[in-house]
Design a protein around this ligand. Structure first.
Ligand code: MAN
Length: 349
């Protein structure tokens, strides 16, 4: 496969946890992750996942969870025999699973797509109700007509599902609703209806049979989803052997819908590749990257809260220029520029 040139921004990382104020007294921002991206009010906006936890003491793990009326801190001694904590992102205690950080979604905007600031007067989006008690993660934004559809991972003791909110002005939002139940994430809507139907990509996880594959769904109204089809599976012994998931909304090109997706191998190394889907019937996969387009390479991608990760779920398209915004090492927000024509041509070779 012809390699694709990836121009990482010289200013990377664009935002780090030190740039962001905690949302709650007693918490600190541990990581910034995986922004959704949209254009609004002549600016580029990021909706960033801000992951927080209390300052950590040497002998214990502390993490917040949302409960009616606010935040409760769980505090567990590291030598507690009921604690299983091998992964920095998740832990198991007395048979229940928890996240080590609590994430919410925060808006940042920029005139030049490089220097971002938190504007005044826009709300933070926090988990609401029992299906969002462990927070909101990895929001995709798709604009259809004048409505922005936010699809994100809603995490709770009930599992990991796809939540949705919609907005027109980024100040008022529809009531949260879970559009696809657990276990499912990495959901993005297509930017327009196809044959009169809304389309979305999503990623169920099947534990005993099947795996972490990218699926396609249709909807009459953008909220109720059905006619599910499996589009792309993991590929044994490759860069995307363990799990695959959609990134941001597919990009409409003359050759088909171009989707930048993430793939992880068994070593939890996350890279990016592309899928090309038929314009009129996106259940037809026309091409798929043999090799990754982008793998963790830069120091800020190799080490961090969870190293060896490049993960994108937001971009800006200007002609042939694709600017992806991405989470690096699950800790900082970065950007890179790629050519759409080059990606399409890599899919042919
Ligand atoms: C999962 C999600 C992402 C995260 C990657 C890498 O896919 O939790 O948010 O970036 O893992 O840790």
């Amino acid at each position: 496969m012809k390699p694709v040139t990836v121009h990482r921004f010289a200013e990377n990382p664009l935002l780090t946890p030190a740039d962001v104020k905690p949302s709650w007294p007693g918490l600190e921002v541990a990581c910034l992750l995986n922004p959704g991206v949209f254009e609004f009010d002549n600016k580029t906006w990021l909706i960033i996942r801000v992951a927080e936890r209390p300052q950590q003491q040497q002998d214990r793990i502390s993490f917040p969870i949302l409960q009616e009326g606010g935040i409760t801190i769980m505090d567990i001694l590291k030598n507690d025999p009921h604690l299983e904590a091998k992964d920095p992102r998740v832990l198991r205690y007395k048979g229940d699973d928890y996240l080590t950080t609590l994430s919410h979604l925060r808006l940042f905007c920029s005139e030049d797509g490089i220097h971002f600031r938190e504007p005044e007067g826009y709300p933070q989006l926090h988990g609401e109700g029992p299906l969002e008690a462990f927070g909101l993660e990895d929001c995709r934004v798709t604009k259809i007509d004048d409505v922005y559809y936010l699809t994100f991972t809603a995490v709770s003791p009930n599992g990991v599902g796809v939540g949705m909110r919609t907005t027109r002005d980024w100040k008022t939002f529809s009531t949260p609703s879970m559009i696809i139940p657990p276990h499912n994430k990495d959901c993005t809507l297509f930017t327009e209806k196809i044959n009169g139907k809304y389309y979305a990509l999503h990623r169920p996880s099947s534990v005993d049979l099947g795996g972490n594959y990218i699926w396609l769904a249709q909807s009459p109204d953008g909220e109720h989803w059905g006619k599910h089809q499996c589009l792309a599976r993991t590929r044994a012994a490759r860069w995307d052997s363990a799990r695959v998931g959609a990134g941001a909304a597919p990009i409409k090109t003359a050759e088909g819908w171009l989707e930048i997706y993430h793939g992880a191998n068994i070593h939890h190394q996350y890279g990016l590749g592309a899928l090309l889907l038929d314009l009129h019937d996106p259940s037809k996969v026309l091409a798929r990257s043999e090799d990754p387009i982008m793998m963790p390479e830069a120091p800020y991608e190799l080490t961090g809260f969870f190293g060896q990760v490049v993960f994108t779920n937001g971009h800006v398209v200007k002609g042939d220029e694709l600017t992806i915004y991405y989470g690096a090492a699950d800790e900082v927000v970065c950007a890179a520029r790629l050519s759409i024509a080059e990606i399409l041509s890599s899919l042919k070779s």
